[in-house]
Design a protein. Sequence first.
Length: 148
Amino acid sequence: MDKEKLNFRVAEREDIEGIIKLCDECFEEKTNLDYAYRIFDENVNDKNQIYLVGEYDGDIIAHTKITVIPTIYENMNTYAILNHVCVSPDFRRHNIATLMLDEVTKICKEHKCKTIELWSRNFRQAAHACYLNYGFVIDDAKFFIKKI
């Protein structure tokens, strides 16, 4: 793999189909494209919602969503949550996730984030190793969800 052909950038509307295809491949979500376009269009001007893509030879091979959350709480300050951190299976083991996390860190510093958080499903052991190697630590918390 030629790293010179790899480019990270903020996603544009034209990238949505590639993002959804990649996330479907990595997470088996089966997201409806019309839904994805609608949500992207509704939030494209929100500076705190950033869809980041990694592009190689014109194809989207990596992606994450960064949500910057400013708070009124001094200790918590401004922080970011990542979701859908993924690299195409065909491009794994080439340090792409680490390079993407470098770009995420740069963006989060520009937004004056104090921390970067993410959650990852238990079955994603290789991803967990990547996060730990990058310097993330397992926090003393539980992830709760309530469907409404």
